[in-house]
Write a protein that binds this ligand. Structure first.
Ligand code: NAP
Length: 201
């Protein structure tokens, strides 16, 4: 059995918020992870038609958000990669960094995990890591039964109340001029206003 356990927190993070941070900390504790690597998506294949905030800015916000946590680190591996970013390539690269000696836990939202059959090379991806699917309290677990049992066996669930905060809601609030205080770190809030993100000066 691999001794070292590493978490990968993959997401668009547009913007990162306390929901993400609470989940990453809960996963770090629950799965005895050595660290959690936050990996903002670069050019996500599943959002070809969307105009997300520049990857570099999403990464800067993630860096600000995790700065005070010694077991959280930022990786810009997807931001710096040319072309579409596939999780299978990211996990392979992290695996190589650890010379195959670390067990990798890919942490993301349960809704994203439910779509895993649409991801690039899902079989290969699931052979490289376990998944931690963050759910809201009351999430209908039977939704995961539609996945093949061999895949389901590689998915651990992590219930988190923090998921009631959403990036979509935060962007809408900024656009509408409504407050976002206490939904995300102050440093990220300041960054959003300074860089006039989400359509509100
Ligand atoms: P998304 O569709 O934007 O988000 C789906 C849901 O999950 C949203 O409610 C989102 O909340 C939440 N979420 C996103 N990241 C989370 C995290 N790390 N922990 C907990 N909840 C999270 O999903 P996404 O952010 O674009 O993608 C999630 C990950 O899946 C990324 O690493 C992405 O690269 C990977 N992915 C890979 C492929 C592929 O390789 N082909 C395809 C799809 C997704 P918020 O909006 O509040 O964040």
């Amino acid at each position: 059995m691999k001794e070292k356990r590493i978490g990968i927190m993959g997401g668009t993070f547009d913007p990162i918020h306390y929901g993400h941070l609470v989940i990453a900390e809960a996963a770090w504790y629950a799965f005895a992870l050595e660290k959690v690597i936050f990996i903002p998506t670069g050019s996500p294949p599943h959002k070809r038609n969307n105009h997300a905030t520049a990857a570099e800015q999403r990464a800067e916000m993630a860096g600000l958000a995790i700065a005070s946590n010694p077991h959280f680190v930022l990786s810009k591996i997807e931001v710096e990669r040319q072309g579409f970013s596939y999780s299978v390539d990211t996990v392979s690269a992290i695996n190589q960094q650890y010379h195959g000696a670390a067990a990798i836990y890919f942490i993301t939202g349960a809704d994203a995990v439910l779509e895993i059959d649409t991801w690039h090379k899902p079989e290969q991806l699931l052979s490289l890591c376990r998944f931690v699917a963050a759910t809201r309290p009351g999430f209908d677990l039977s939704r995961l039964d539609k996945l093949p049992s061999a895949w389901r066996d590689k998915i651990d669930l992590l219930e988190s109340p923090g998921l009631d905060i959403s990036s979509t809601d935060i962007r809408q609030r900024v656009h509408d001029g409504r407050p976002i205080k206490y939904l995300l770190p102050e440093s990220v809030e300041e960054y959003i206003y300074q860089h006039q993100l989400y359509g509100k000066a």
